[in-house]
Structure formats: C-alpha cells, structure tokens
Ligand binder design. Structure first.
Ligand SMILES: NC(=O)c1ccc[n+]([C@@H]2O[C@H](COP(=O)([O-])OP(=O)(O)OC[C@H]3O[C@@H](n4cnc5c(N)ncnc54)[C@H](OP(=O)(O)O)[C@@H]3O)[C@@H](O)[C@H]2O)c1
Length: 311
C-alpha cells in the first residue's frame, strides 16, 4: 500500500481545484486524497499487470496475482473501522464484496461506491447480526445475490465497559449477542453453502482481551474468549469440507471503539504496549486478507496482532 510521500509522488499529482476548496486542514485533506489515489493506482496496476501477463504465466502465478477472483466475501460490521479496511483489502485481492452494516448506512454505501470504483462488485446489506433472523437473512441475501459465499469475516462488535459491580444484565447480553451469538448465526447460516462448494474461509475478529481478560470488560472478554473456543471447535468440524476457521486477535487498534476510551486511560494503555503504539486497522486487515487468500493450511488458530501487549 502506498503511504503519503512514499514510492509514487502522488503529492505532485495535479489537483487543480484543490487549493480552492474551503478546507481548513489542507494537509489532512491532501493526505486523504493521496491515500485514496494510491489505492486506486495500486488496484489498477495489479489488475492490468495480471490481465496482460496471463498468456505468459502459469495458472498458479496468475492466481497469486488475482488471488480472490470470483470469490465472494462477506464482512459483518464492514462499513467502518477494522471491518472497512478488511473489506478494502479483500476487494483489492479481487473478491466480490458484501459489506454488512447495522447503523452506518451512509458509510456503507460510500464504501460500496469506493469499491465499485476500484472495479470490484460490492453489495451493502443492512442487518443487526445480534439477531438470529437478521444475521441468517444477511447470509441468505449474499448467497442469493452472488450464488456463493467463500469468505466470511465475523467482525461486528461492541463494548459496554463497566466493572462487575455495576454491569447490568442488558450490558452483558447486548455484548454477548452482538460479539458471540452473531458468530454462531452467520457461521451456521453460511456452512451449507460452503460445504456444497467444498471451500470456505471463516475469520473471526476476536481480541487479546479474550485471552488476557481486562478490568471493566468481563462481558467483552467472555464474548471474545468464547469466539476463540468456537473457532477451534468449528475448525475441527469443518476441516473435512475444506473450510478453515481462524481467529484474529487484535490489541488496541485506532478506531472509533478505541476513541471512546478516555484520553488519560489511553495514555496508560500505551505505556503497557511494548511497541509503544496502537495498531492500525490496515495491519489487522492484511492478516485477514492473508488468511483468506493464502491460509489454506491454517485452521483453528488465533493470530495475535497486538504490539506485544499479550504474549
Ligand atoms: N479497536 C480495537 O481496539 C479492537 C481491539 C480488539 C478487537 N477489536 C474488534 O474488532 C472488531 C471491529 O472493531 P472496531 O474497532 O472497528 O470497532 P468500531 O469502529 O466501533 O466498529 C464496529 C463495527 O461493528 C458494527 N456493528 C456493531 N454492532 C452491530 C450489529 N448488531 N450488527 C451489525 N454490525 C454491528 C458497526 O456497524 P454500524 O456502524 O453499522 O452499526 C461497526 O461497523 C470488533 O469485533 C472489535 O471487538 C477491536
């Protein structure tokens, strides 16, 4: 991925109207324009190099360049944060996307347009995955639209942080329903299609908190730990259908979820991370993309991406 000031000198591309825009922070705006332009260029280059080289390279080499061509990927909670980066990474590998959202309709539709601009197909689907009927309906909609589902990323998640003495039944249940029950609903709904295909890649976004525990997060830790246990059991059951099931466990990652944590506490968290920084959503997305495209012999694993906060 091109970063600002790296490789291609995108900052020197002509944006004639740019200086006339009433943008207060021009440096931030320019960085954003450069990032999007970089991604579009990367996608176009990868796609056209693969197309032109096809007659001269082996099938295996072609597959390496267009690794998720003709595959369908569903990302729950894919409109923003980590889910958005995962959707972009999978689309970048050639997958047809289904981006699920619950409340972020505008962001989901904007992302779908962005992915279409890159040349991939993308469907934005509203569903509250904490509800069995909606989560199963979501998978049904995707299979009906595309005729298959190859990659399922269970990313949707929430926090309701409170210490045990003030945690209510509602705080407990909403987190368990959204983070854990949803994984069962979508996975069991996708299984018949994946079994029929003889192919599937299921990737569950857990958390290091599911392994280490955390003060004020007993509900969240239980949901994320449950996800890891579910991942291992499902991996055992589904291996014979060539369906792999893995968990990715991020540490503290720079998204709106982390932004909800008061700044003073963020400072304390930073001090506990050996790499002394929060993770970037892109770093989680790249591991998910690897598991989806190259992880055929990896199953039942939890992959930690946490800056060393839990080893
Ligand atoms: N950020 C971190 O530090 C961190 C660390 C470890 C693990 N994780 C995990 O990574 C995943 C993504 O987190 P994030 O940081 O990107 O969080 P975020 O920015 O708060 O985004 C949460 C996403 O989950 C979706 N979502 C929530 N409830 C939903 C529901 N009932 N049905 C469908 N979608 C729902 C939201 O969709 P809408 O906006 O459409 O409602 C949103 O897209 C979560 O599972 C989280 O637990 C995050």
């Amino acid at each position: 991925m091109f970063e600002q000031g790296e490789g291609i000198v995108l900052s020197r591309l002509p944006f004639p109207l740019f200086s006339e825009l009433p943008i207060l922070n021009r440096a931030t705006a320019r960085a954003k324009v450069n990032k999007v332009s970089g991604r579009v260029l990367l996608y176009i280059c990868r796609k056209w190099i693969a197309v032109f080289l096809k007659p001269y390279i082996t099938e295996g080499e072609y597959r390496l360049m267009r690794r998720l061509d003709n595959q369908v990927a569903l990302v729950t909670g894919g409109a923003r944060g980590i889910g958005k980066e995962i959707a972009l990474a999978l689309a970048g590998l050639g997958a047809k996307l289904a981006v699920n959202y619950n409340r972020s309709a505008e962001a989901a539709n904007a992302l779908a347009e962005q992915i279409k601009l890159f040349g991939s197909e993308c469907l934005a689907v509203q569903a509250d995955v904490s509800r069995s009927d909606q989560a199963r309906g979501l998978v049904g909609t995707v299979v009906e639209h595309y005729g298959r589902v190859d990659v399922l990323v269970n990313n949707a998640g929430i926090t309701r942080d409170k210490s045990l003495k003030s945690l209510t039944d509602e705080d407990w249940q909403s987190v368990i329903h959204t983070n854990l029950n949803s994984v069962f609903y979508t996975t069991s709904a996708a299984c018949p299609t994946m079994m029929e295909q003889g192919y599937g890649r299921i990737i569950n976004i857990s958390s290091f908190v599911g392994q280490a525990g955390n003060f004020g997060q007993s509900n969240y830790a239980a949901s994320k730990g449950g996800m890891i246990a579910f991942t291992k059991s499902a991996a055992l059951e589904l291996a014979k259908y060539n369906i792999t099931v893995n968990a990715v466990a991020p540490g503290f990652t720079s998204t709106e979820m982390l932004a909800m944590v008061p700044e003073a506490i963020q400072e304390k968290l930073l001090a506990k991370i050996p790499l002394r920084r929060f993770g970037e959503p892109r770093e989680i997305a790249e591991t998910v993309a690897f598991l989806a495209s190259e992880g055929g012999y990896i199953t039942g694993q939890q992959i930690n991406i946490n800056g060393g906060i839990y080893m």
